[in-house]
Design a protein around this ligand. Structure first.
Ligand code: ZN
Length: 261
């Protein structure tokens, strides 16, 4: 059996082995045991399992093994298909991809040999959001157009849409009024909805609403068209995500690092 996916987590094990977690093409998470995965050895083999790399793994047996309480598939031959070469030279971009991986792990389903169906593509939208996010983040670094708040905003909107919790950007969540026709409106991170100024009195967030609509319509390859993004707004999306999954933003360790970098 062959799996393809993005490396989102890795832990060295024993002297040269590696335990890696992939976001698989079908949008679930698969954990693998890789003999010699750390690279090195007599021939100083480099590792192909850098975070964010797209890899292909053949598994040896059609059954998994339990290592330290984790169900792992034992990898045979592995191959790297793509790597985000520019990310490792930019600390902000690196924390950003780590944040993506942390967020993904908060809600994704685990793939289990024998019980899950690899061909099931119910969740593949999650994989496409992540792989596009990595590809175009690397692209923006290469073109020296990288803006972390722009990428974070686009990622969060695409993700919320694929998880099925995209805020309603057309109507007030209380009275149903058309948001574009109301004099003011505000975002409520606790329920991920907008309210008109008749229903809730708060700071007017029309710009945020328009940027959400724009991000939703913007294809990943046109990321530079998403102008005016900022961290305050991206933070509201993170808060909404966390609220929905009963997390606190402080639990996202790379988020704190990203904000400080
Ligand atoms: Zn209203």
């Amino acid at each position: 059996m062959v799996f393809e996916g993005v490396v989102i987590h890795k832990v060295p094990y024993k002297e040269r082995d590696l335990i890696v977690k992939l976001m698989l093409r079908n949008g679930t998470l698969g954990s693998f045991y890789i003999y010699g995965g750390q690279g090195g050895g007599k021939h100083h083999k480099p590792t192909i399992f850098e975070l964010g790399s797209m890899v292909k793994i053949f598994i040896r047996e059609q059954k998994s093994s339990r290592v330290e309480g984790q169900e792992l598939m034992i990898a045979g031959e592995s191959q790297r298909l793509w790597e985000p070469t520019h990310v490792r030279h930019n600390i902000q971009a690196y924390y950003l991809i780590c944040l993506y991986f942390e967020i993904i792990q908060k809600f994704s389903i685990h793939f289990q040999l024998g019980t899950s169906e690899y061909e099931n593509n119910e969740h593949e939208g999650i994989f496409s959001v992540l792989s596009n996010a990595l590809f175009y983040l690397n692209d923006s670094l290469q073109k020296e157009l990288f803006q972390s708040q722009q990428h974070l905003t686009l990622f969060m909107i695409k993700l919320l849409f694929h998880i099925g919790i995209m805020p309603d950007t057309d109507h007030c969540s209380y009275c149903g009024a058309n948001l574009l026709e109301t004099p003011g409106l505000s975002f409520l991170p606790a329920n991920g909805q907008f309210a008109c100024s008749q229903c809730v009195t708060a700071e007017n967030e029309r710009g945020f609403l328009l940027r959400i609509k724009k991000a939703y319509q913007t294809k990943y390859q046109n990321y530079t068209e998403l102008a005016g993004t900022n961290f305050q707004e991206a933070d509201k999306l993170i808060h909404f995500f966390c609220h929905h999954f009963h997390l606190r933003p402080i639990e996202l360790k790379s988020y704190k690092l990203l904000m400080r970098s």
